[in-house]
Design a protein around this ligand. Structure first.
Ligand code: ADP
Length: 513
């Protein structure tokens, strides 16, 4: 595989735009500001409305007291106050205006009575704007009616009630005025608004500082993770990011990242090893062919014939290696193994029928389990042919080679064991693990295989979620067993048997030996 991986990341993925911290912070501040603003506006709007209602009801209270006085009767049912003057005098002198409230009685346009004590006066000697106020009252007054209105006067924001007072049998026109200055209670409310605003700003500031510190603390591991990831390049896959203490998301992220790095690193190491193995494997036949041709006398037909045979032999070997390599490369593809509904007995018998062509041995199909299973028949045949070819290569002609397919109870459920047993040279215990690695040949073993046969068999087993086991004794023989999970097709799984080719699977490059 050509090394196309960029040597460095295109550019460090440092925090561009808004960092998470800034975003968290601005979100906290934004939401708090919105919350406080909405709370403040709603609360104070309600309070201002309550204030207006209170002022209005105070004015009405004075009016109802006036009405009570006007309707006041003695025991005989006679009215107590029989003239406008009497009514107004009684009403004003008994009135006790609340804070910021004033009461005034006019008779025929002239100020007549006022309470003994009140916060301020609208009309009177030395009262600023007295004449204007008098004119204003006259203007607003509607005979026979009670008027409520708002008047700005001398810096006061007055809520005024102007009631016309008439008494039957009296020609005098009385006016009863109650006014409340809304400024002082409003000013008080505004002071409270200001206090609320200042406290809210302080709370916002404190929250922002806390959010800044807390998010900084929380995101520190993420920040060091980011810095570490920036440092890691393809040439430096040894590095690991620090895993913060605890079991939170960031620790999990760091652990997963490190695991991913380990996998990538293993992949790179494997890729390099693969490249050097392949280079080494292909160099040997090339060297042999070149050496042979260099030493061949072109004029000597016998020499040329011998060189020709050697070259063909070596090129065949190269072909086998290349074929096996591409097979091995394909084994990493997800569709390398395509399990289908297969009749196990038929599949084993069909594969077994091809084995005697590999070499002259005593071929025995000891037994085979029966049943419909899910497996890739082509790949199973390919693995059996490979194992049989090895058995032939490492045993003497005439010796026995047995094939056995069994259903065995495994730790995680039933298993399918397909074994090839030979009476060949055997494999030393020390080599039994190693032989499944690429290009591994046991020293002193005869033949010149590619060293890729067993890795392909293993890839086929793993493609079925299984494995290959070997039992062997030097000088006595070996048994290679494919151990696959016994999978039966689910109901309704129509697996296409016809899609499984019946022909033997030749390894590319003609390596079926
Ligand atoms: P090769 O193409 O060399 O046979 P394999 O991967 O098939 O490559 O096998 C790797 C090595 O395992 C062989 O070189 C041989 O030493 C050993 N081996 C494989 N099968 C047998 C067997 N049936 N008996 C003895 N040795 C075996």
């Amino acid at each position: 595989m050509p090394e196309t991986t960029p040597r460095r990341l295109p550019r460090p993925l440092s925090a561009r735009g808004w960092s998470v911290r800034t975003r968290v912070l601005s979100t906290v501040v934004l939401f708090m500001t919105m919350g406080l603003a909405v709370t403040g506006v709603l609360t104070y709007a309600a309070q201002f409305r309550v204030l207006e209602e209170r002022l209005q009801s105070e004015l009405e209270q004075e009016l109802s007291e006036l009405e009570l006085i006007a309707k006041d009767t003695d025991e005989e049912g006679e009215y107590q106050h029989e003239s406008v003057d009497e009514v107004l005098r009684a009403a004003t002198t008994s009135a006790v205006p609340s804070d910021n409230e004033t009461v005034l009685a006019l008779i025929d346009g002239e100020p007549a009575y006022k309470p003994f004590q009140q916060d301020f006066e609208l009309v009177g000697e030395g009262v600023p704007g007295s004449a204007e106020m008098l004119a204003e009252i006259e203007r607003l007054h509607v005979p026979g009616r009670t008027v409520t209105t708002t008047v700005q006067h001398e810096g006061r924001d007055l809520r005024m009630l102007i009631a016309s007072v008439r008494v039957a049998g009296d020609d005098a026109a009385g006016i009863f005025v109650v006014a409340a200055d809304a400024n002082p209670p409003q000013a008080e409310l505004w002071r409270s608004v200001a206090t609320f605003t200042v406290m809210s700003l302080l709370a916002l500031l404190v929250a922002a500082v806390l959010a800044y510190l807390v998010t900084g603390r929380m995101l520190r591991p993420l920040e060091s993770l980011r810095e570490a990831t920036e440092q890691i390049t393809v040439d430096d896959l040894e590095r690991r990011v620090p895993v913060p203490e605890g079991r939170d998301d960031i620790a999990a992220l760091a652990r997963n990242f490190n695991r991913m790095l380990a996998r990538i690193q293993a992949g790179f190491v494997e890729q390099r090893r693969f490249m050097s193995d392949v280079g080494h494997e292909l160099r040997t036949p090339l060297t042999i062919v070149r050496g042979t041709l260099e030493t061949t006398d072109p004029g000597d037909p016998a020499d040329v014939r011998e060189a020709h045979e050697i070259a063909i032999d070596e090129l065949d070997r190269m072909g086998r290696v290349v074929g096996d390599l591409s097979e091995l490369a394909a084994s990493s593809r997800p569709d390398f193994v395509r399990p289908r509904r297969t009749d196990l007995g038929d599949a084993v018998r069909s594969a077994f029928s091809r084995l005697p062509h590999i070499g002259e041995r005593e071929w025995v199909l000891e037994r085979t389990a029966e049943g419909t299973v899910l497996l890739d028949q082509q790949r199973l045949t390919q693995a059996l042919v490979q194992l049989a070819a090895n058995a032939v290569r490492y045993s003497e002609p005439g010796t026995r080679i047995a094939v056995i397919a069994d259903r065995v109870a495994g730790p995680a459920g039933p298993e399918l064991h397909v074994a090839v047993r030979d009476q060949g040279i055997g494999i030393a215990a020390a080599d039994q693990e190693r032989i499944f690695e690429r290009f591994t040949r046991v020293e002193g073993a005869p033949g010149s295989g590619s060293g890729l046969g067993l890795p392909i068999v293993r890839a086929i087993a793993e493609g079925h979620d299984g494995e290959v086991r070997v039992e062997s004794t030097l000088g006595e023989g070996s048994t290679f067993t494919l151990v696959l999970p016994w999978r039966t097709p689910a109901d309704g799984d129509t697996g296409d048997e016809s899609a499984v080719s019946e022909g033997p699977t030749e390894r590319p490059g003609g390596s079926s030996r």
